[in-house]
Structure formats: C-alpha cells, structure tokens
Write a protein that binds this ligand. Structure first.
Ligand SMILES: Nc1nc2c(ncn2[C@@H]2O[C@H](COP(=O)(O)OP(=O)(O)OP(=O)(O)O)[C@@H](O)[C@H]2O)c(=O)[nH]1
Length: 415
C-alpha cells in the first residue's frame, strides 16, 4: 500500500516537475517576446531635415522651384529624446522614447529683386500707354490732330487735366527747339516730363523710428474695398521680413469679417492681432488696446486697419479723427497711409481729399494697378494731395506690394 502510495506520489511529483518546467519555459518565452517588442518600439527615428521655407508668389513659380510638395508651408517633424529617460540613466539612443514636434508653417516673402522684376513686367503689361503713344509718334510730322490724340491718351490714362496740359506744352516746346520728329526722341522727352512730374527725388520711405522705447505706428485709411486690409497684411509681411516685430490692430469693427480677414493675415505672417469680437465695437478703443498691447509686448510697429464705410461720411471722418487722436495720446502716429484703388481713377480723388483733410496722410498706397491702364493716376493723386505714392499694389497675392519706384514706373508706363 505504502509502495503504491509512494509510486503514486512519485508519478505525481514527475507530472508536477514537467508541468512546472513547461510553465517556466512559457514564462521565459513570453518575457523574451515582450523585451524584443519593447526594443523595437524604442528604436529612434532619424530626424527629418526641415525643408527650406517655401516662397509663395501668386504665380507659384518660386514656390514650385523651392518647395515642390509644400504649398507655402513647411512641416518639419523633429524627434527628440525624453529628458526623463535620459536622466534615469537610460540615455542610450536605442532606448529613447521619441516625441513629435510639428513646426508652425513658415512663409517667407519672395526676394525683393525677383518681386520687383515680376511687378514691373505686370505693370508694363497692364498699365502702359506707351504703345498707343508710339503709334501716334511714329506717324512722323505731328499734325494738330496727332497732338490732340497724345493729349487724349494722357487724359485717358488719368494723368489729370492740369498735368496733361503741362506735359503737352513742354513736349511741343522741346520738340520744336530740338527740331526733332524722331518718334523715339519724342517718346524720350515725354518720359522725362512724366518722370519730372512723378518726382524721383521724393522721400517714399516709411518713417518708423521708435521714440522712447515706444512702438512706431501706422494708421491705414481709405474707402471700403480699396484694399486696406489686404495691404495691412502685405505690409506686415514686408516689415516682418525686414526683421521688425509687428502687431496688427483690427479697428475695422464695421464688419466682423474684416477682423477675421486681418486675423488670417496675422496667422500667415506670424504676428498677433488685437481685435474685438463684437461687431460695431468702438474702433478707437480697439486701436487704443492695440497700441497698449504693442507697448507691453515691445513690438517695433503697430499697424492699425480701419473701416472705410459708415452710415454717413461725416460719421466715418469723425471716427477716423478719433482713432488717430486716441493713438497719438500713447505713441506717435508715424505714418497715415491712404489706400486708393487705381481703377476708380479720378472718382477716387475727391474721396481721397476728404480722407487727407481729416487724417493728415503721409503717404499713398495705390492698389489694383494690375487691373488698369490708367497708371497716370500716380501723377494726379500726388499733385492733388501733395504726398508721395509710397507703395503700389499689383495683385491679390501676398507679395504683390512693392515700394513705389518712379523710374521703373515711368519705364513700365511708356514701354
Ligand atoms: N487686383 C488686385 N486686387 C487687390 C489689390 N489689393 C487688394 N485687392 C483686392 O481687393 C479686394 C478688397 O480688399 P480689402 O483688403 O478687403 O479691402 P478693404 O479696403 O479692407 O475693404 P473694407 O474692409 O470693406 O473696408 C480683395 O478682394 C483684395 O484681394 C491689388 O493690388 N490688386
């Protein structure tokens, strides 16, 4: 009986040993698998080299050349080790737990020479009256009817009556004195006359010096739809590219969408926007807040966008006057830029005069020159308002704003 018991005990023990060994083997195998899996999961990824920022131009040529697969945005994935692990002695690269950081999209303006070249070409295509003039001039001996046709061409191009009369008188006088009928020479004289009127020596720079550590400020005014908000965005982009810290103030509270539009520009350019979420909020108080935030955050320039329409004109003018007064209590208003739509021609002039009277403008931004053959507006607007055109807008693209260059403009106009 005992032997049987012993034998039964011995068999049972053997079974226990075998089962125990199997369980042990399974445990070892499972542990092995787990360690292998962990090792695979922790293998570091090779950091992706960030692509250069894409340059966004309206025609996309530069964009294609520099960043064929990223329309204006750079998504750089950088993987870095977790500091906790490094500190706990597991700094071995193979054990680093990667952390994903996605860089914010970056936009950089098109280079200045490339922008200027493109803008000149566009201006020559759309704004010139050179061909029409050359056709008349190449007739040789100019009859009174031909002279009249030249005069009409200038008037049609919005050069303005006074300036056109001056140009015609000088042109007739000089060709007579020189005794020339050569169309190229007559055209060259006309070019000189136009340039003289546009005044190549005028100071067209923005004066954005900071005084006593306060930011400089720019107030943007003009009739609705002329391109104020777009110009604020484009200008901010130019200033940021030049290394300035910029803040935008959405004092166009007449339309909530205007503040949204400005905010979108702010995001594109990477600058903050001070706005009110309430449609019809007091624009002067938004401008005031923008200036205060600009001082607090130590920016270089605060750019304030305004509304171009109200229930009535005098209301709008009172409002603009108040915005300027409120801003200038805090910081100097360095520039008041009047945005004028070149396609409105002489009709825009009267409105421009009213704005100029109320806000004391320091410069003109002439937008939409790409959509008109009336480039002569530059001459009339400067003459009427007595301030220089500082920038021209030649399209809806982000880089379609160029500092005004008198020589280049006259060349394009008479090309
Ligand atoms: N072709 C062309 N379009 C332009 C130019 N500048 C602005 N625009 C367009 O003009 C339209 C009006 O521009 P906005 O910037 O909204 O004009 P705004 O003066 O701020 O208008 P409000 O907010 O109503 O006062 C938009 O479609 C712009 O894209 C330019 O230089 N050329």
């Amino acid at each position: 009986m005992e032997a049987v018991v012993w034998e039964t005990g011995s068999v049972n023990d053997t079974i226990y040993y075998v089962v125990g060994a199997i369980v042990l083997l399974c445990l070892v195998a499972v542990a092995g698998l787990a360690i292998k899996k962990r090792g695979e999961r922790r293998r570091p990824e090779i950091p992706t080299t960030p692509k250069p920022p894409a340059i966004e131009g309206p025609e996309g040529e530069a964009e294609e050349a520099l960043a064929p697969d990223a329309a204006g945005a750079v998504q750089a994935e950088v993987r870095e080790p977790e500091t906790g692990e490094a500190e706990s002695g597991e700094a071995d690269l193979a054990e680093v737990e990667p952390e994903e950081i996605t860089a914010a999209p970056i936009e950089a303006p098109e280079s200045v020479p490339s922008r200027m070249q493109r803008l000149r070409a566009r201006l020559a295509r759309s704004g010139g009256f050179g061909n029409a003039l050359l056709k008349i001039l190449s007739r040789g001996d100019l009859s009174p009817a031909d002279w009249e046709e030249i005069e009409d061409t200038l008037l049609m191009a919005d050069v303005g009556l006074e300036a056109t009369t001056q140009i015609m008188d000088n042109l007739k006088k000089r060709t007579k004195v020189e005794g020339t009928r050569d169309p190229e020479r007559v055209k060259a004289i006309l070019r000189e006359e136009l340039l003289e009127l546009i005044d190549p020596a005028a100071d067209r720079s923005l004066h954005l010096e900071r005084i006593d550590g306060d930011p400089a400020s720019i107030l943007m005014v003009g009739v609705n739809g002329t391109g104020k908000t777009t110009t604020v965005g484009k200008l901010a982009r130019v200033l940021v590219a030049e290394g300035s810290r910029v803040l935008l103030g959405a004092a166009d509270t007449f339309r909530a969408a205007a503040a949204d539009q400005l905010q979108t520009w702010g995001e594109r350019v990477g600058v903050d926007v001070v706005r009110s979420d309430r449609e019809g909020a007091d624009p002067a108080s938004v401008a005031f807040d923008a200036i205060d935030k600009g001082r607090e955050t130590d920016v270089d320039v605060v750019l304030v966008d305004t509304a171009g329409r109200l229930q009535n004109k005098s209301g709008l003018m009172d409002e603009l006057g108040k915005i300027k007064r409120v801003m200038s209590k805090r910081v100097p208003v360095n520039e008041v830029l009047l945005v004028l739509d070149a396609t409105t021609g002489q009709n825009g002039m009267r409105q421009a005069e009213v704005f100029a009277e109320v806000t004391g403008i320091t410069g003109i931004v002439l937008t939409k020159l790409d959509g008109t053959a009336k480039g002569g507006i530059v001459i009339s607007v400067q003459r009427e308002l007595g301030v220089p055109v500082k920038f021209v807008g030649l399209g809806e693209g982000v880089d379609d704003l160029a500092p005004f260059d008198a020589e280049g403009f006259v060349d394009a106009l008479t090309a």
